[in-house]
Design a protein around this ligand. Structure first.
Ligand code: PLP
Length: 374
């Protein structure tokens, strides 16, 4: 085994990325107008079978744009999972609205119908389900709750492009859905994001707000307090090329997850996320190391690090963070979020990670666990 470090993520540019970026550069369309923006939005909408796709500069602002277009603001409560990347919840705070941090299920690690029902209050206006690490949330049940209580649903699909619930792609359930194309994501544009929707009015509002709130017919006339949340034509050029290869990117990641499962199955202490007859995708292969505390989990990661293997902890529950410690953000104990965070680590997952490296990571993980828990 070579001594070279195995990174946690590594982008794969094996298609038309160079050709399209060069074309964008040579065309002179390098900012937020240009044919690749139109093409990326068109192709992304077509991939999901929805009417509108609105490209943004990253996934965090895609969430903020979606919430803003839907009119979420002061006094509104939005239910988000406690166990997610911080951006899901921060986007709600940017609107001066109130995120309520609900617990997740112990098996699929997602906020589910039960937790949402418990969290609903008269001030609740929206729900942001997150498909954590590529594992789809129970969207049919969540949409049923939303209909009963007249709630807006924004799906956070940052980690889950291509995942499906009963044959239907994530991102096509909610009123608006948001994606991220950060460098470690399943497909990337460096930084980048997208909002998709079938709602003509919300789409128009997002397009206006993305461009400083400028009137679409009258240049330099602003009807709303908007933002500059636009994607560049160069980012979109990469996005078009990545989307062309999405099926093979997903298949490569499936094979990596499968190999990890085979190699780690002998160790009963290692537990994977459960899926419920859905098509989950593999953003980052993530496992629970049952029975560990934060300290011993970190010790396992340090062992991997000593073996030149990059790993990451699962996200800490958001209510651990100093700016979320007010109990108003989190009414429950959120035991599952805490336990998964305490025991969870993320393993190297990227297209091109070969079987020899996966086997090496798996062997080092089992060794590290034995060493730490003895
Ligand atoms: C669940 C989730 N939501 C939102 C984001 C934010 O996306 P970005 O990093 O593109 O701003 C991420 C990205 O890491 C994420 O994992």
């Amino acid at each position: 085994m070579s001594e070279k470090r195995i990174p946690i993520a590594n982008p794969s540019f094996l298609g038309n990325e160079r050709k399209y970026v060069l074309d964008a550069l040579e065309s002179g369309w390098i900012s937020s107008i240009g044919p690749y923006i139109d093409r990326f939005e068109h192709d992304f909408a077509a991939y999901h079978g929805v009417k509108h796709a609105i490209a943004t500069h990253n996934g965090t602002i895609a969430l903020h744009l979606a919430l803003s277009a839907a009119g979420i603001g002061k006094g509104d409560e939005v239910i988000v999972p406690d166990l997610t990347f911080i951006a899901t919840s921060n986007a709600v705070r940017y609107c001066n609205a109130h995120p309520l941090l609900a617990d997740v299920d112990a098996d699929d690690w997602n906020m589910g119908p039960e937790q949402i029902r418990q969290a609903i209050k008269p001030s609740t206006k929206a729900i942001i389900p997150v498909h954590l690490y590529g594992n789809p949330a129970k969207m049919n049940e969540i949409m049923q709750i939303a209909r009963e209580h007249n709630l807006l649903v924004i799906e956070d699909c940052a980690e889950a492009i291509g995942a499906m619930v009963e044959g239907r792609k994530v991102g096509t359930f909610g009123h608006i859905s948001c994606f991220s194309f950060f460098g470690n994501k399943i497909m990337t544009t460096g930084e980048g994001g997208m909002c998709i929707t079938n709602d003509d009015e919300l789409a128009e509002k997002m397009r206006i707000l993305r461009d400083h709130g400028m009137n679409r017919k009258k240049k330099y006339w602003y009807d709303h307090l908007g933002f500059n949340y636009r994607m560049t034509n160069m980012q979109a050029a990469v996005g078009v090329a990545q989307l062309e290869q999405l099926d093979s990117l997903l298949a490569s990641r499936d094979a990596i997850q499968q190999r990890y499962k085979e190699k780690l199955s002998s160790c009963k202490q290692i537990v994977f996320q459960q899926t419920h007859q859905n098509r989950s995708v593999n953003w980052l292969v993530t496992v629970r190391l049952k029975g560990l505390d934060f300290e011993s989990r970190d010790a396992v990661m340090n062992e991997l690090n000593r073996n030149n293997i990059d790993s990451r902890p699962v996200f800490y529950p958001i209510h651990f963070m100093p700016m979320y410690q007010d109990p108003a953000y989190c009414s429950g104990e959120n035991k599952n979020s805490i336990a998964i965070a305490r025991e969870g680590i993320t393993l190297p997952t990227w297209v091109g990670l070969d079987n020899a490296k996966i086997d090496h990571v798996a062997a080092c993980l089992i060794n590290a666990l034995e060493k730490i828990t003895l």
